[in-house]
Design a binder for this molecule. Structure first.
Ligand SMILES: C[S@@+](CC[C@H](N)C(=O)[O-])C[C@H]1O[C@@H](n2cnc3c(N)ncnc32)[C@H](O)[C@@H]1O
Length: 251
């Protein structure tokens, strides 16, 4: 595919090509800051954890057209593996990274997150899991995969839509055995949208609340689990805590 071909249709992201031209995007202008805000939050987390020495490698889970992978190489990450199950995104990610001269630094692998293993892809000092877990019926399984792919000393960033949570206590089989809720999941129906480029591949989605996400990340082996602050002028969903980015470290 020639660079001119790539520019004839809209993309999910605005990629800057080597000749300075930028791919048109199909997302509404009011939604576009969702990308720039997440980059700003990622930069904040990268600075805090790695300082100026960027990690040698990273994994970008659910990489879509690999825009975040290209953001990482632009910041000095030497090699990125992008994981993505959808045919069209794998094709596009490979085409755009080739057009950007990044084929030797960004490798795109077609795979469902649940099938990804450290044995196959290695453990990396940086793992991104952006815009994914709220599309899954097994978000905890996906977080376990993200944990398994994070090397000791490394950092995983999870970015997700969150739902309003429920608090309180549950009689766990009997009124004498009372358990506190550690968080909640909301069930979202994407069963009619599984063809959608940004949607779930399965259709039944469990979206966590912020407390659930933090508690689960701690329980599955991340340490120092903390929310990344959005920029004050960022995308409204992040500024108002409807989407969050959470950092988890592996010791
Ligand atoms: C909302 S998009 C987010 C893309 C990108 N990570 C971002 O944050 O801009 C959701 C992505 O998750 C992918 N996806 C959906 N179900 C998946 C699964 N079971 N395993 C891996 N990726 C999946 C979709 O194909 C799509 O690329």
């Amino acid at each position: 595919m020639s660079i001119d071909d790539l520019l004839t249709r809209p993309w999910f992201y605005r990629f800057e090509l080597p000749d300075g031209r930028v791919t048109p995007s199909y997302i509404d202008a009011s939604v576009e800051p969702v990308h720039s805000t997440r980059v700003a939050m990622m930069d904040r987390a990268l600075r805090e954890h790695f300082g100026t020495a960027m990690p040698a490698s990273a994994i970008d889970i659910a990489c879509h057209q690999a825009w975040f992978s290209t953001q990482l190489t632009a910041r000095g990450v030497d090699r990125v593996i992008g994981l993505e199950p959808r045919d069209e995104h794998v094709r596009d990610a490979r085409a755009i990274t080739a057009a950007m001269g990044l084929s030797d630094r960004i490798r795109i692998e077609q795979i469902d997150v649940h099938a990804a293993t450290a044995e196959r892809f290695g453990r990396h000092p940086l793992v991104l899991c952006f815009g994914l877990i709220y599309h899954l019926e097994n978000p905890i399984g996906a977080l376990r995969v993200a944990r398994a792919l994070t090397a000791p000393g490394g950092m995983c960033l999870v970015e997700t839509q969150v739902v309003p949570g429920m608090r309180g206590f549950v009689d766990w089989g009997n009124h004498r055995f009372v358990r506190p809720l550690k968080g909640s999941f909301g069930i979202i129906d994407e069963t009619e949208e599984t063809h959608g480029p940004e949607a779930s591949t399965m259709g039944i989605c469990l979206a966590p609340d912020t407390e659930a996400l933090i508690w689960i990340m701690q329980r599955i082996g991340f340490s120092d689990v903390t929310l990344i602050e959005p920029p004050a002028d960022g995308y409204e969903q992040h500024v108002h805590g409807k989407r969050v980015m959470v950092k988890g470290l592996v010791r």
